[in-house]
Design a protein around this ligand. Structure first.
Ligand code: GLU
Length: 417
């Protein structure tokens, strides 16, 4: 039987039938994407393939299917969706199985029509990248786009983003923008073609937060393994803690700001938050990207730290052990950095809890060498804050003061148990 990629076929083998679209295969198997969204790989020996529809016919029947028209409704708030890529902004091409980021606000509204009950949306594709390709200059462009949308009258912003580095981008925007409206990051762990996709629920909950009173930068994602509640995480407290679970995002050293009930759309908050219009819109997007986050490991050579100093890095965050330690032989390199006016901040690879370098000798020596404590700040938030603080001032002492100060609830002076 002659068939090619993109054709719809039925494959029968050993009394079992599989129906779906033929996908690319490099293994010699017949791979088909079934209606459930899952792929099946079948060895061709002993299999019978029946051609059901040629790919050209599938494409033309798709074109005929009229898309429902999305019209603006009076009285609803305005929300701008800015897309940077990642799974949430992707569409699956069922003919080839490829994941593409053909984003437009209309695409999202066609796919999730419930959104039109919540707000009138407009959309801009800022990037079309997987978030591992994000970088500081992209955070700056994104922050400018957000501010433009707020100036144009957006009552809330949704940023569709890949989940891998969403917490870095969210923390960066949180430091860069004084916002009078909610700025909500949302992603999805499982693409829209999978029955367990978190795509629609996360987007609907994000929209509820975007029109709420919570005028902060937040990350809105599944709270648990069922489809009932999304958590509203503060941008400077959130971390991706699981590779694949839908509830991968967790607030660390803090509660989430609150929760969205998916069924009712109700928001309940558990922490105080900045309210709508409490802040005046300001953009402080200057960054110094040449900063490093260095993880200390037992026996690691102090040359590692020395390399960053010699390579001209402007700020260094160390992910130390326990209360915030490195081995004794790293301390002269810390001293060398600070004597060159390169700020060194100590955070902990424990993530939970607070750095305290006044308990053990090594810690005291680290402080004597001029390092500062990142308190209960996440290491990656420390890195983003370092880039931002160095972008705001050329003065070493002022930068250290900013790093020690709590600016966006990234430091809690009183620890949770
Ligand atoms: N790794 C990609 C990213 O972070 C895709 C996964 C996702 O969107 O969650 O953009």
């Amino acid at each position: 039987m002659e068939f090619e990629e993109g054709d719809r076929v039925r494959v029968s083998k050993s009394g079992v039938e599989y129906e779906g679209i033929v996908m690319p295969s490099t293994t010699g198997h017949i791979v088909i994407k079934m209606n459930s969204g899952y792929n099946a790989g079948i060895t061709p020996q002993g299999a019978t393939v029946t051609l059901l529809q040629k790919k050209e016919d599938i494409a033309s029947s798709g074109k005929e299917a009229a898309k429902p028209e999305i019209t603006a409704r009076t009285g609803l708030p305005k929300v701008s969706i800015l897309s940077t890529g990642g799974t949430i902004a992707s569409k699956i091409d069922y003919r080839t199985g490829a994941v593409t980021s053909q984003f437009s606000a209309d695409d999202i509204l066609q796919a999730i029509p419930e959104l039109t009950e919540i707000a009138n949306f407009s959309g801009r594709a800022i990037y079309n990248i997987l978030s591992e390709n994000m970088k500081a200059s992209y955070w700056q462009e994104l922050s400018k786009a957000v501010v433009e949308e707020i100036h144009k009258g957006a009552d809330g912003i949704i940023i569709a983003h890949g989940t891998d580095t969403m917490m870095y981008s969210a923390a960066a925007l949180s430091f860069m923008i004084d916002t009078p409206v909610p700025i909500v990051f949302v992603g999805s762990q499982r693409s829209a073609d999978r029955p367990s996709s978190d795509n629609a629920m996360n987007a609907i909950c994000a929209a509820k937060v975007a029109v709420s009173d919570i005028a902060e930068v937040s990350v809105v994602m599944h709270n648990d393994s069922s489809d009932d509640i999304c958590a509203i995480h503060r941008a400077t407290r959130v971390r991706k803690m699981h590779t694949s679970r839908r509830d991968a995002f967790r607030s660390v050293n803090s509660e989430p700001i609150g929760y969205v009930d998916y069924a009712t759309g109700e928001i309940c908050t558990s922490l105080p938050y900045i309210r709508r219009n409490e802040r005046i819109l300001t953009l402080k997007s200057s960054l110094v990207p040449k900063c490093a986050l260095v993880k200390f490991t037992p026996g690691a050579s102090p040359d590692i730290l020395g390399w960053f100093i010699d390579a001209g890095y402007k700020g260094i965050v160390i992910e130390g052990t326990g209360l915030g330690h490195v081995s004794t032989d790293w301390i002269p390199q810390i001293e060398r950095a600070t004597s060159h006016r390169i700020p060194v901040m100590i955070t902990s690879q424990c993530l939970n809890g607070r750095v305290c370098d006044r308990v053990y000798d090594t810690g005291r020596d680290i402080l004597k060498a001029g390092a500062i404590e990142g308190e209960d700040m996440l290491p990656e938030v420390g890195l983003v804050k370092m880039m931002w603080a160095l972008g705001q001032t050329d003065d070493y002492g002022t930068a250290l003061d900013m790093l020690k100060q709590d600016i966006r609830c990234e430091i809690n002076k009183r620890s949770l148990e």
